[in-house]
Design a binder for this molecule. Structure first.
Ligand code: ADP
Ligand code: MG
Length: 262
């Protein structure tokens, strides 16, 4: 084997059986916060274009799991491979993965001192080196997709919560991610604004985007999820199609959870 081939082989951490059809592969992953074992033996394979809803009680590790996928949190054991790139302490790989994975949080995390348009163009201009004019054109396209182009020159504080969250989604999309992670994107919203954000997410799902969504919106799960994953106490307890998950839950923990939220 030449040096080049040898380094290629070790730099390409495809897990056995991993193919181009796979967006995310998590194998035997464990994470601790200090002594606290927060994620236990997580195995999860996400195919390209798959829409996954992650449900489970508060404190079960849902946020930690999706934050591990773009290395906002570090795992200590097992493997996470995103779009063929293994997440290790290698900063080059972390940057590559982050440039392909968009994330939308419960609190919108917009920059308050920048306009909507500036929020959307900041990363494309400074991280992607996209020319300003082109970044603005792209941003306007995504602001139209989330149906708020007329808010482009306002500041986040002048917008409703639902509008701010749609800006946050547009801002993520401006980086042209391959995968979108959502962590309870509607939990901080007044009830009348939840639907407009869910509608935006449903439209995004219809474009074929690979999506992992932590949400308590079980109507959304039923409408768009290919698979629902139920977590409790740091483990994936059950996963199934929405149909089976809601109508035929298997574990007692899932049944208890569903009885509390439905
Ligand atoms: P969920 O999103 O399902 O509510 P989290 O992933 O936020 O759960 O949290 C899982 C558990 O880890 C909780 O018990 C929480 O208190 C704990 N936890 C979360 N973040 C930290 C942290 N940075 N340090 C220590 N413990 C944490
Ligand atoms: Mg959470």
């Amino acid at each position: 084997m030449s040096d080049l081939t040898a380094s290629y082989a070790t730099d390409t951490p495809h897990l056995p059986g991993m193919s181009d059809e796979i967006a995310i592969e998590i194998r035997d992953m464990n994470k601790w916060y200090g002594d606290f074992h927060v994620l236990r033996d997580i195995d999860l394979t996400v195919r390209r274009g798959e829409r996954i809803v992650i449900a489970g009680p508060s404190g079960s590790g849902k946020s930690t799991l999706i934050r591990c996928i773009n290395r906002l949190e570090e795992h200590q054991a097992g493997q996470i491979v995103v779009d063929g790139i293994e997440l290790t302490s290698d900063i080059k790989n972390i940057d590559k993965v982050r440039s392909e994975v968009g994330m939308v949080f419960q609190h919108f995390n917009l920059f308050p001192h920048l306009t909507v348009l500036e929020n959307c163009t900041l990363a494309p201009i400074w991280v992607r080196k996209v020319p300003k004019r082109q970044a603005e054109d792209t941003a306007m396209q995504y602001l139209e997709k989330v149906r708020i182009p007329e808010q482009a020159n306002k500041y986040p504080g002048q917008l409703s919560g639902g509008q701010q969250q749609r800006v946050a989604i547009a801002r993520s999309l401006c980086m042209e991610p391959k995968i979108m992670l959502f962590d309870e994107p509607t939990s901080a919203l007044d009830p009348e604004m939840i639907k407009e954000v869910l509608d935006t997410m449903i439209e995004l799902a219809e474009t074929g985007m690979t999506m992992l969504c932590v949400t308590h919106e079980m109507g959304f799960a039923q409408a768009v999820a290919d698979r629902v994953i139920f977590m409790d106490q740091g483990q994936i307890v059950e996963q199934n199609s929405p149909q089976e998950f809601f109508n035929n839950p298997k574990s007692d923990r899932t049944k208890l959870f569903l009885s509390q939220i439905l």
